[in-house]
Design a protein around this ligand. Structure first.
Ligand SMILES: NC(=O)C1=CN([C@@H]2O[C@H](COP(=O)(O)OP(=O)(O)OC[C@H]3O[C@@H](n4cnc5c(N)ncnc54)[C@H](OP(=O)(O)O)[C@@H]3O)[C@@H](O)[C@H]2O)C=CC1
Ligand SMILES: O=C(O)C1=N[C@H](C(=O)O)C[C@H](O)C1
Length: 239
């Protein structure tokens, strides 16, 4: 496949290495270090799919530019979902394709699945409070992580005692606390903990490297061309 990489930081570089190892071609790299390369230089004749891992402030404009160019786009950037409805509208308008996941690793998507199952069971039995915790490297700019937000939304859907989430400890039992920590080079750790007076139950995902994110993003890029609409890991993995 002919891939366009948008963002050439930790994820962009790891995706390039794995894409080449899988026999794909990287036909362009859009990044502030290469100001002469623009998304508007590419079209469906030259690119099969774009893969976007940049910055919360840049992702929406990049996704919109890809859709205007007719490029299927796989986006992994977090922290821009307040614009997601506009991106969806652009997909409709252009007949294009957008794939989005707050976390591309298969393990985290299993974690999301079990998280919703556990939330429903814990609601059924009662007596427990719940919180979400995420730990990431100190270069991460958004907080809470996109993954923690997805996990929190999954809990809110199945555990009605929690009405909304808040990114700090809270005394309001209707609020689901998401606690964020930044430490060293931690790739990404997420925990959901249910606690009662008697005991605790914990669901934890710990990324040991970025390989899981990279493999998932490439799977999505291989799957997306030829499809029309907005997709995520549930569709890709059949979860
Ligand atoms: N969904 C998932 O599975 C995962 C998501 N992420 C998310 O992906 C994003 C990127 O992560 P990561 O690679 O670690 O971050 P990095 O900071 O290492 O890399 C981001 C790169 O994007 C560049 N960039 C900034 N603005 C633009 C722009 N407008 N157009 C093109 N490139 C741009 C940055 O350049 P410069 O440094 O010069 O600003 C940098 O080279 C984050 O939002 C992160 O949360 C990360 C891992 C997994
Ligand atoms: O910035 C990161 O590094 C990561 N970001 C994603 C997130 O915000 O959830 C996914 C992963 O945890 C790594």
């Amino acid at each position: 496949m002919k891939l366009l990489l948008i963002g050439y930081g930790k994820m962009g570089q790891a995706i390039e290495a794995q894409a080449l190892a899988r026999g794909h071609q990287v036909v362009g790299i859009v990044d502030p270090t290469r100001p002469d390369v623009r998304i508007t230089d590419f079209d469906p004749a030259t690119v099969d799919a774009a893969i976007e891992f940049t910055h919360p402030d840049a992702a929406f404009a990049n996704v919109m530019a890809c859709l205007r160019q007719g490029l299927p786009v796989v986006c992994g950037s977090t922290g821009w979902l307040h614009h997601f409805a506009e991106a969806k509208a652009m997909v409709q308008q252009t007949g294009g394709a957008l794939f989005y996941a707050s976390n591309y690793s298969v393990g985290v998507n299993l974690f999301f699945h079990f998280n919703e199952y556990i939330a429903a069971k814990m609601h059924q039995f009662g007596g427990y409070d719940v919180q979400v915790r995420e730990i990431h490297h100190t270069q991460k700019v958004d907080q809470p992580s996109g993954t923690a937000i997805t996990a929190a939304e999954g809990i809110l859907r199945h555990f009605p005692a929690k009405k909304t989430w808040r990114n700090e400890a809270t005394a309001d039992t209707a609020e689901l606390a998401i606690l964020s920590e930044r430490a060293g080079q931690v790739v990404g750790t997420h925990l959901v903990t249910y606690s009662s007076e008697a005991d605790s139950i914990e669901l934890k995902h710990e990324a040991h490297s970025r390989d899981g994110f990279v493999q998932g993003a490439l799977l999505a890029a291989e799957w997306l061309p030829g499809r029309q609409g907005v997709f995520g890991m549930k569709e890709l993995l059949g979860l």
